[in-house]
Ligand binder design. Structure first.
Ligand code: SF4
Length: 462
């Protein structure tokens, strides 16, 4: 279904969304009180008397309310020590001490220069650990996986951090009671979820990565300037769902092909002829546009935004294509009235992708890519290896390896493949990388399985 806001309850905490409650010299002029339009229409939204819901003001005020925390509770050192104990790896340590290349028996491992846990993921996990320590007796919920890693998520389950239950795809927030604690994951949460939680008067522990918040600020700027946000992302990814919820008008393009289709439509079919009628356009993007989107009226002023974990090069290329399209349509001298762009590409994603581009230039027999199967940034690392024609195996944990010389892995496009004898006989060089949500220990566990298979092989040949 299309991404829409579902706001059919009347928020009961006007302090959170009335601009008049902003303090200080930078405070904007007071606005009139908000009313709420509640119809059967799933796109019903909180609106002001002048027809406007100010998501930025809501967020601003929520982050300053007493039931909200996004900085942890003062246990940073001890929770980081715990995370290190649970998630670091001697194998990775050895690799790092040896210039990212090391041989165990006849297996040489080449580790990407940048890999694994990004600071945003580590920060989110650490704040979640702090929340458990701060609220030892309270019920703690989480609105989604904290990060896309099964090992970390299982650990939080053991700590009795529970997922909000789903019923027919809808989160059942009714289960959350006043006094409970609710963690928002690293990818953030959609505005309607934040509104619901603020109504329920729960303690919110927000681990949203600041890079993600930066994108939200960007789409809010688009909205303010009456620009439609073109979001390079996947419409069903939690981060993009959240970003879209803070945007005004938006369209989500998952790759260059979709972006070219949009640009071709803007140019009346003169880019590459890939687009056709308005009806076909709306059918193609039916899950990926804001309610009431009209491509004839809503693509006159556009701004770029992105899911932080998409391929950096592709985000840049899409931005350039859209800019050129607006120049062609409206003239170079007028482009600033029709196109805006801010750099919101996350450094961590960029570094991991750059390191992977370097690693695929090295001589390796195969690539092992470790990261959650629902991790977008890991899928792009796998994509880079596949594009180079290198045998590449994307696994989410060591349990995908075995029994014996067998592996179950995913391809970039999500296909699950099982393969016997995936490790060739004899000396082997393996390139290794891991997604931004992957602790080193998960990579170590996978490599240890590889070493075991090769050791077994050597014993049989001896
Ligand atoms: S990949 Fe980037 S945006 Fe995502 S959590 Fe890590 S630092 Fe934040």
């Amino acid at each position: 279904m299309a991404i829409t806001l579902h706001l059919c309850r009347i928020p009961t905490r006007p302090d959170l969304y009335l601009q008049g409650s902003l303090a200080g010299p930078g405070a904007a002029r007071p606005r009139r009180a908000l009313s709420v339009r509640c119809s059967g229409d799933p796109s019903s939204a909180a609106v002001s008397a002048d027809g406007d819901f100010d998501a930025k003001v809501f967020r601003h005020n929520l982050t300053r309310s007493k039931n909200y925390n996004r900085k942890g509770f003062g246990y940073k050192d001890e929770t980081l020590q715990l995370i290190n104990r649970e998630h670091t790896s001697d194998v990775i340590k050895t690799l790092k001490e040896n210039g990212n290349v090391y041989a165990w028996g006849n297996v040489t491992v080449k580790l990407a220069e940048a890999y694994g846990f990004c600071w945003g993921a580590e920060r989110a996990v650490q704040i979640a650990y702090e929340a458990r320590k701060q609220f030892p007796e309270e019920k703690i919920w989480i609105t989604n996986e904290i990060i896309h890693n099964p090992t970390v998520n299982k650990r939080l389950e053991e700590m009795e951090v529970e997922n909000i239950p789903l019923e027919e795809g809808q989160k059942q927030f009714d289960i959350v009671n006043k006094g409970d604690v609710v963690i928002l994951p690293a990818f953030g949460a959609a505005m309607n979820e934040m509104l619901t939680l603020s109504e329920r008067n729960v303690q919110i522990v927000d681990t949203t990565c600041p890079w993600v918040s930066k994108v939200w600020n960007t789409v809010e700027k688009h909205k303010k300037g009456d620009y439609t946000s073109i979001i390079h992302g996947k419409y069903s990814h939690e981060e993009t769902v959240a970003t879209a919820s803070f945007a005004g008008k938006y369209i989500i393009a998952k790759n260059m092909k979709e972006a070219a289709y949009v640009c071709d439509y803007i140019l009346g079919g003169e880019l590459d002829g890939s687009s056709s009628t308005k009806e076909a356009f709306l059918e193609k993007f039916k899950y990926a546009v804001s309610p009431g989107f009209d491509p004839d009226n809503d693509l006159i002023k556009v701004g770029m935004a992105n899911q932080t974990t998409m391929l950096k090069g592709e985000t840049e290329e899409i931005g350039k294509l859209v800019e050129r399209t607006m120049m062609r349509k409206y003239g170079v001298e007028n482009v600033n009235q029709h196109f805006i762009s801010f750099n919101t590409i996350c450094d961590a994603t960029q570094e991991r992708q750059d390191a992977m581009y370097k690693l695929v230039e090295e001589k390796v027999d195969l690539m092992l890519v470790v990261g959650g199967w629902n991790s977008s940034n890991t899928s792009h690392l796998q994509e880079i290896a596949e594009e180079r024609g290198i045998p590449s195996y994307w696994i989410d944990s060591e349990q995908r390896i075995g029994p014996g010389n067998r592996i179950a892995y995913k391809l970039n496009h999500g296909e699950l493949v099982e393969k016997e004898n995936w490790l060739p006989e004899g000396p082997l060089t393996i390139g290794v990388t891991s997604g931004a949500s992957t602790p080193d220990k998960v990579v170590e566990d996978a490599l240890v399985k590889v070493f075991d298979i090769k050791r077994e092989e050597a014993l049989q040949l001896a």
